[in-house]
Write a protein that binds this ligand. Structure first.
Ligand code: ATP
Length: 620
């Protein structure tokens, strides 16, 4: 069966040298005044490039500092394809030097005014609800951007774990192998199941390097890429600094270079129509157009805010539908493009427990599964505050007095009222977009073609209630449902029997007996709905089952699997487990992978006892 390959591209492939490269980010945005040009940074000893507070800048030029002997552990074939690189390129020494930070491919010290020099971004953030100050790329260094000619998608490629930057604060600029394996696998997996995510190209072990955490651990580098690495925290920082000019430049850059132009942003929703979230939206509104009037005026910055809000609402809806938790949804970990970003203590649900947080340090359950939609909205309100002045200015946003001097006394009340009104209305839109996407995905995950109002209560909520009450596996429920034939559900006895498939293999029939009846009843309603949408007959059944198998993954990179992979790579030197697990992660909807039948069965089977719903700390 074909895998769901949403973002891949065929067509022209490049070598590292021939890959088109750009640095629009550093050309358009303000550099750290301490090192205004690449040469200034390059001529400075590395230790001088250490942590400090940076003013009025969005990045600092800084070069990677490779450590140890690089060993290329894994490359994502899907990533090579999406960037537009030849597969063979990954075999070359040049590729190894590139992904380990040993060589800057795009800059030559003898021609300091040409080429592209690496940089680290400056951002801030609210962490666990508190302002945390300047953060920034403390261990990530961007190398260049590249636009895949076949797809037109531009990615910013960066190394994570390649040394200190001015944003490293008290830390070492390194990443341990353990967290690097987790990030490498999950970012490619999320992309493979259709969830927007930052991506990973390669994983390099720095053999011989010793990184101090709770214990001494080997270091690694993930070469990763994204259409943008700008976070909500990038905007927060400008607001806290009171740097109106940089904030405006950043907003303009985001609209023009991340979202592709002001005319690509969504128009205002007609009043009272927040429910009809898609059909009422138009693009093509020109930059200077102001929609509505008076205190409800919406200028282009409102359209930008709404574009960001819609992307994030859709992404968090997908996380909920697939049981994924980020674990640390601080504003520095919330992407301006709605990408899943920063893979620290993330996890997938094993059994369905909405109060579960994968973050060991999250005692208040702030980042638990059920809180994710609320927390992303909380982060969006912070973003609304950062953009508040630009949004609240309405049609006066380009007046020279406002641009040069700021808000005048007589403007202030109306401006605040307008900005608050926007954020209020956007709250409704966020909820509506979230719910529309969540219901759409749950509908297809349940094998239905059309949505009926009653499905939410009768099928979705009741299924989740059963999963929670009987501690059933979230992912197995959908995958196993996909394989059930309607003719197996005709009698009550049959349904009770089939209900057994939702339980662990080591459950005793006595444990299951009450629950089988409730699940049996649910199966009866489900099969009636499936018949309504698909009709009967073997062709319809085959079509429905294959649609369900293509949306409900068989493989999920659960915490226990990642722990085992880490252990095998790090302690047992079983490097070959990485390409194997990547085969499953990149093609998670397949039934089998020709990797190793026993291993496949184990990774896709019941979670071993005492290894479910594990938690992880932030140390990485
Ligand atoms: N070992 C480290 N060295 C330097 N800075 C670090 C280190 N670990 C974390 N930081 C910085 O601390 C902040 C919060 O860390 P967090 O773990 O959320 O991010 P990260 O995993 O390093 O980065 P990203 O969000 O880019 O994946 C970031 O500014 C990050 O760069």
């Amino acid at each position: 069966m074909a895998h769901l390959d949403t973002n891949s591209s065929d067509g022209e492939r490049h070598t590292l040298q021939s890959l088109p490269k750009s640095n629009v980010f550093t050309q358009m945005l303000p550099a750290d005044a301490a090192f205004p040009t690449p040469k200034d940074s390059h001529d400075t000893p590395r230790q001088t490039l250490g942590p400090r507070m940076v003013k009025s800048a969005l990045f600092t030029y800084v070069r990677p500092d490779s450590q140890g002997e690089p060993e290329l552990l894994a490359v994502s074939q899907r990533a090579l394809q999406d960037i537009g690189l030849n597969e063979e390129e990954a075999e070359t020494e040049e590729f190894k030097d590139f992904v380990s930070g040993k060589k800057i491919l795009t800059w030559d010290a003898s021609k300091p005014d040409e080429g592209i020099y690496p940089w680290a971004q400056c951002y801030g953030g609210y962490q666990f609800g508190q302002w945390a100050g300047q953060l920034g790329d403390g261990r990530a260094i961007s190398l260049f951007e590249s636009t895949n000619p076949a797809t037109g998608t531009r990615y910013e490629i960066q190394l994570k774990g390649a040394g200190r930057t001015p944003y490293s604060r008290f830390a070492d600029g390194r990443a341990v192998l353990r967290s690097s394996i987790r990030e490498f696998v999950v970012s490619e997996y999320l992309n493979a199941i259709g969830i927007p995510s930052t991506r990973a190209l390669a994983l390099t072990l720095n053999s011989g390097s010793k990184i101090m955490r709770e214990r001494v651990e080997p270091g690694a580098i993930v070469t990763r890429f994204a259409q943008s690495w700008i976070r909500f925290g990038t905007f927060d920082l400008q607001r806290i600094r009171g740097d109106r000019e940089t904030l405006r430049t950043l907003a303009d850059y985001t609209a023009e270079h991340v979202y592709g132009g002001w005319d690509k942003l969504p128009s205002k929703l007609p009043a009272g129509d927040a429910k009809d979230v898609h059909s009422q939206i138009q693009t093509g509104v020109t930059k200077d157009t102001t929609e509505a009037e008076g205190v409800e005026e919406e200028n282009r910055y409102v359209r930008l805010y709404r574009a960001i809000l819609r992307r994030n609402a859709e992404t968090v809806a997908k996380w909920q539908a697939y049981g994924f938790m980020n674990g640390v949804l601080n504003t520095d970990n919330t992407s301006i493009l709605g990408l899943s970003i920063d893979f620290g203590p993330f996890a997938f649900l094993d059994t369905f427990d909405p109060t579960y947080t994968p973050n060991h340090d999250d005692h208040m359950l702030r980042y638990s599964y059920r809180n994710q939609p609320t927390i992303i909205w909380w982060n969006l309100v912070r973003l609304g505050e950062a953009l508040g002045e630009l949004m609240g200015a309405g049609s006066k946003v380009d007046d020279s007095v406002f641009v040069d001097k700021g808000v005048t006394q007589d403007q202030a009340d109306e401006l605040v009222k307008r900005a608050e009104g926007v954020i209020d209305r956007c709250g409704d839109e966020y909820k509506a977009v979230f719910l529309a996407e969540y219901k759409r995905l749950m509908t297809v995950r349940l094998g239905l073609k059309k949505q009926k109002d009653s499905d939410f209560e009768v099928l979705m909520s009741e299924l989740l209630d059963c999963l929670e009450a009987f501690e059933l596996d979230f992912h197995h429920a959908f995958r196993r449902l996909s394989g059930i034939a309607l003719e197996e559900l005709e009698t009550e006895e049959q349904r009770r029997d089939i209900a057994g498939r939702f339980f662990r293999a080591d459950n005793t029939p006595r444990q299951e007996s009450d629950s089988r009846e409730r699940i049996g009843k649910w199966l009866e309603k489900w099969s009636a709905r499936v018949k309504e949408d698909w009709g009967t007959g073997s062709d319809a059944e085959a079509e429905r089952q294959s649609a369900m198998h293509a949306i409900n993954p068989r493989f999920v990179p659960r915490s226990w699997i990642l722990d085992e992979v880490i252990d095998r790579v790090e302690k047992k030197h079983q490097r070959d487990i990485l390409p194997k697990i990547m085969k499953l992660a990149l093609n998670p909807f397949q039934e089998s992978w020709d990797v190793d039948a026993d291993e496949e069965e184990r990774f896709c089977g019941d979670v071993p006892k005492y290894k479910g719903m594990m938690q992880c700390s932030c140390s990485s």
